[in-house]
Design a binder for this molecule. Structure first.
Ligand SMILES: Nc1ncnc2c1ncn2[C@@H]1O[C@H](COP(=O)(O)OP(=O)(O)OP(=O)(O)O)[C@@H](O)[C@H]1O
Ligand SMILES: CC(=O)N[C@H]1[C@@H]2OC[C@@H](O2)[C@@H](O)[C@@H]1O[C@H](C)C(=O)O
Length: 368
């Protein structure tokens, strides 16, 4: 790995993700050649302290050059270095960083954190800045997990089209036809952000109850959904755009005014709206799906899962039902993508980010 640009066979790769909900950093090891997933390895999590969260939050929506961005980057680097140094045996690392601003057709996309610094600190080749090249080439820069989702579908032995839905702050879905031999093949993948997932509900819970989330969906379960509000929400221009398409964290700010509702009804309506956005997105799937596997924190919300099942007329299952780890899938994705970058394989394409042709992204920083 020291001088060559490619890796021959499978290697243990360490991937990390710091998601939009800002709870902390996930890290996971994957044994992969960048095409197949041969094994999943150890995982770890390092929460951000409230002070660290505040520093990162202050930089949301800001671009490099701003002092707040530099302060956020230092927090991100320190947290990742601490977490990643707990692992041994990795030959390469994938470092996603923390998205602070994402405006693919405007100013670009920016993930805070310097991979060069991490490579030196960890003594490992570090692949980072995964999204910029895709954006520069005309893509959305997100989602990037789909090529990994394809490998997961093959790894679990899926033989019919299925979807993997990630319910974080924002929702994103990958439709996969595993009958194709590789994710690069036309028609193998279609991916896009579905709409807001947990972020509006979290904000509401924080404001009304002082709690950061609706634990298990229990609060929303006691309310009644305002279907008229959901119908108006589904009239947002985003839902009329053809995929691939991606969202910034606050793109739906003000699209779900719930001030006239009781707290319980507001929570029920925001929960149902996230599910309705997914159901609306599913109308774009090239063929019906045999399974809906749900990853990300939203799979712990029983009310949201029930709304999904009802609105998609299909049993929404946590990815654990297929033997995958829903807390670590994104971190694992960036381990897998790091190996793809090192091997010169594409990481996105027309069906995933809308980039006109298959394209690789990411910078590789070496420790020396
Ligand atoms: N037990 C639970 N009950 C209800 N909701 C939960 C539970 N656990 C997690 N969540 C929801 O999931 C969110 C975290 O999801 P996740 O960690 O997938 O987000 P993320 O990776 O930061 O976001 P993104 O994928 O958008 O970058 C929490 O903020 C909360 O809304
Ligand atoms: C710009 C950015 O960081 N987007 C994230 C975010 O979190 C979920 C959704 O929005 C998805 O588009 C993406 O992350 C996942 C890991 C992806 O790229 O597949």
């Amino acid at each position: 790995m020291r001088s060559g640009a490619t890796i021959g066979g499978a290697v243990w790769a360490l991937g990390t993700m710091s998601g939009t909900s800002l709870d902390g950093v996930d890290a996971a090891m994957v044994l992969t050649d960048g095409e197949r997933v041969l094994d999943f390895g150890p995982t770890a999590y390092r929460p951000y302290t409230p002070a660290e969260q505040a520093t990162i939050r202050a930089a949301f929506g800001q671009w490099p050059g701003d002092a707040a961005v530099q302060a956020a980057a230092e927090v991100v680097e320190t947290a990742h270095a601490e977490l990643m140094s707990r692992f041994s045996g990795a030959e390469i690392a994938g470092f996603h960083g923390q998205t602070l601003a994402h405006d693919p057709r405007g100013r670009g996309t920016h993930q805070a954190g310097d991979g060069d610094l991490l490579a030196r600190t960890l003594g490992l080749p570090v692949v980072w800045d995964f999204r910029s090249n895709d954006v520069a080439m005309g893509g959305q820069g997100a989602p990037l997990a789909p090529f990994f989702h394809f490998a997961c579908a093959r790894q679990i032995g899926a033989d019919r089209p299925l979807a993997i839905l990630n319910l974080g702050g924002v929702g994103n879905v990958t439709w996969i036809d595993p009958r194709h031999g590789a994710p690069e093949q036309a028609g193998a993948l279609l991916a896009f952000d579905t709409g807001p997932a947990n972020a509006p509900l979290n904000d509401l819970m924080q404001r009304l109850t002082g709690k950061p989330q609706d634990e298990g969906g229990a609060f929303a379960a006691t309310g009644t959904v305002d279907e008229a509000l959901i119908a108006r929400f589904l009239d947002h221009p985003y839902f009329y755009r053809m995929p691939p398409k991606s969202l910034d964290r606050n793109d739906f700010h003000a699209a779900l005014p719930t001030g006239h509702l009781s707290p319980q009804d507001a929570a029920a309506t925001l929960t149902a709206a996230s599910a309705a956005a997914v159901a609306r997105g599913a109308e774009h799937f090239p063929t019906p799906i045999s399974r809906l596997l749900v990853t990300g924190g939203g799979r712990h919300n029983a009310t949201l899962m029930a709304e999904l099942s009802r609105r998609l007329r299909l049993d929404a299952e946590p990815v654990e039902a297929a033997g995958l780890n829903g807390d670590m899938l994104e971190a694992q994705a960036f381990a897998f993508l790091a190996v793809r970058v090192a091997r010169g394989l594409p990481t996105s394409g027309p069906g995933t980010t809308g980039v006109p042709a298959l394209i690789g992204g990411g910078k590789i920083s070496r420790p020396d």
